[in-house]
Design a protein. Structure first.
Length: 231
């Protein structure tokens, strides 16, 4: 198979309610977004590594760490903006690259490194004739058998199982970790998401899968990096 062309998109809007300026918050003396930019560049896999942002400040930081930048309109930088709309904007503005597929790397996954990216791309390309999408996953903290809604009056009627016989090792449930998404261009514009029967899973370990959503996640990653990861 001939070499496939791919671009990396790192979506980084400036608004964040849970953790102010989350995407550029300091993590061990570097802005959070720098880790995804550096991982993408270090992988050597991409025609372009592009940050999509609504902020000139984020743009300047991204360029400092080696990324190209697309400034997106404010209407595509809201809490309610679907990932599809951001990716579509990216696809339309990078048509001249003529990529076969794109890789979406969320800046909130700083422990996803260049090797993870390379492995995910290798897996996707090895199965290119069978799958149109890839999503990274990790083993679920709580298998599906343990997760149910509560009934009326907080009834546990949906938990109708003898948990004394439950053994976690008997269950292999996985959850998307948000670190790596891959999609063929045309197929993504039709399906508008990364999941389903035509998507292959790239399995990552629990530590590398930490996703920063709040201050607790940020402090956890700092501890992991300081104690276990030398980079």
């Amino acid at each position: 198979m001939q070499k496939l062309k791919k671009t990396a998109i790192i979506p980084a809007r400036s608004g964040s309610k849970g953790l102010k300026d989350k995407n550029i918050t300091d993590l061990c003396s570097k802005p959070l977004i720098a880790y995804s930019i550096e991982a993408a560049l270090k992988s050597g896999e991409f025609e372009k590594v592009i940050v999509s942002t609504d902020s000139e400040k984020y743009s300047d930081i991204s360029k400092k760490y080696g990324a190209d930048v697309l400034i997106r309109p404010n209407e595509l930088a809201q809490d309610s903006t679907p990932t599809f709309d951001v990716a579509k904007d990216f696809i339309e503005k990078t048509k001249e690259i003529n990529a076969d597929y794109f890789v979406l790397l969320q800046p909130t996954s700083p422990l996803r490194n260049a090797n993870h990216i390379k492995e995910a791309i290798e897996l996707f390309e090895q199965n290119y004739d069978k799958f149109d999408f890839l999503s990274s996953v990790t083993k679920a903290h709580h298998p599906a058998v343990l997760v149910h809604p509560l009934g009326e009056n907080n009834s546990m009627k949906y938990f109708d199982i003898d948990y004394s016989k439950y053994r976690r090792q008997n269950y292999k449930d996985y959850t998307p970790n948000g670190a790596i998404y891959i999609a063929k261009i045309k197929e993504y514009l039709i399906q508008k998401h990364f999941y389903g029967a035509k998507s292959i899973a790239y399995i990552m370990d629990e530590i590398s899968s930490v996703d920063i959503d709040n201050i607790i996640d940020l402090e956890l990653v700092k501890i992991i990096k300081e104690k276990y990861i030398n980079d």
